[in-house]
Design a protein around this ligand. Structure first.
Ligand code: IPM
Ligand code: MG
Length: 368
């Protein structure tokens, strides 16, 4: 009997609606060929939701997400000036995205940094550095650390304005994310790069102590310790030395954007945010308000997030792989979109919707 999966669809802001439309096309194409039915429940989320409903994470979105088997989320947010139209607490990063992460405790953020050989030309790195491609799984802790620690601001005894933010983790939170990372490393090349800053931060000292404890359960996984600033350099100089990397929330935010740069664009970075009970899937990039509505945004990371959802929430590994292969086939056939320039200028820039259509055609042709 065919399975039905309920998906909350939060298209978000900026290029969100455009790229989400392509993701939905792909879901429908998968549905047509696989033994599964997808019930899509669209809900408002982000800056537009604030303007329409007074909240960037309105009740309706919470209800849709609560009952969904998985959540597919587009990028959110406005440009720097535009966002001033929204009170600080309701701005979609603080008012919607962080509450979404907290509500479903999606502590494990998987950010695949993946550039197969046929897409290697997108990378700004020299061909001899990229070699036959980049394939790193960055695992970022997503519901702790500075993002969620106690915050305080005020005027101190000297009359100076001050602010205080706290980087807090307990051992369970650290163990939980490290366990996910060891499991991933075990499935892959059995090498785990633990990213930390224990030469300065107490939080990293505890992180590493727990890391040593967890490592005892994974004698088959080799752990390599790397300090976060050195990791940034090493990623640029020789990304191929990494396979699975694990890090706390803020380090992961920064290094995963750096990783997007290695690929040539954050547009090539889907992601999965996994909790014990619920998961949501989103591109690692922002809402790109400067190109919104032009039909030139590449839907790769949004469609890639669909693939991650098929794999991780629905157990549809074969279909997930076919979706990724279909996207790669479109690039390989010489197409891209204007926002994702082929530095060699050999690819033809097509629109967002054409790109999605070609992905669907590749899936339907069953050539992938
Ligand atoms: C990301 C984003 C978010 C983050 C922003 C939008 C709050 O940059 O998912 O990496 O900082 O986590
Ligand atoms: Mg970020």
């Amino acid at each position: 009997m065919s399975k039905t999966f309920v998906i909350a669809v939060l298209e978000g802001d900026g290029i969100g609606p455009e790229i989400m439309a392509e993701a939905v096309k792909v879901l429908r194409a998968v549905e047509a060929s696989a033994d599964a039915t997808f019930e899509l429940v669209h809900a408002p989320f982000g800056a537009q939701a604030y303007f329409d409903h007074g909240h960037s994470f309105p009740e309706a979105a919470m209800a849709a997400c609560d009952r969904a088997d998985a959540i597919l989320k587009g990028p959110i947010g406005l440009g720097h000036e535009e966002s001033k139209r929204i009170p600080v607490e309701e701005r979609p990063e603080r008012g919607a995205l962080l509450p979404l992460r907290k509500r479903y405790n999606t502590f494990a953020n998987f950010r695949p940094v993946y550039l197969p050989p046929e897409l290697a030309f997108f990378s700004p790195l020299r061909p001899e550095v990229v070699g036959d491609g980049i394939d790193i799984m960055m695992i970022r802790e997503l519901v702790g650390g500075l993002y969620f620690g106690k915050k305080e601001e005020g005027i101190d005894a000297r009359g100076l304005r001050y602010v205080k933010e706290t980087l807090e983790y307990d051992e369970n939170e650290i163990r939980q994310i490290l366990t996910v990372a060891f499991e991933e490393a075990r499935q892959r090349k059995k090498v785990l790069h633990n990213v930390h800053k224990s030469n300065v931060l107490m939080s990293s000292v505890l992180w590493n102590v727990i890391g040593d404890e967890v490592a005892r359960q994974y004698p088959d996984v080799e752990v390599k310790h790397v300090i976060v600033d050195a990791a940034a350099t090493a990623l640029v100089l020789n990304p191929r030395q990494f396979d699975v990397m694990v890090m706390e929330n803020m380090f992961g935010d920064i290094l995963s954007d750096l990783a997007g740069g290695l690929l040539g664009s954050l547009g090539l970075m889907p992601s999965a945010c996994i909790g014990m009970e619920k998961a949501y899937y989103e591109p690692s990039h922002g809402s790109a308000p400067d190109i919104a509505g032009k039909g030139i945004a590449n839907p790769y990371s949004m469609i890639g997030s669909v693939a991650l959802m098929l794999e991780k929430s629905f157990g549809m590994e074969t279909e997930a792989k076919r979706v990724m292969d279909a996207m790669r086939a479109v690039f390989a056939a010489g197409y891209t979109t204007a926002d994702l320039k082929d530095p060699k200028g050999k690819s033809e820039a097509i629109g967002t919707s054409d790109f999605g259509d070609r992905v669907v055609a590749a899936l339907a042709a069953r050539t992938v």
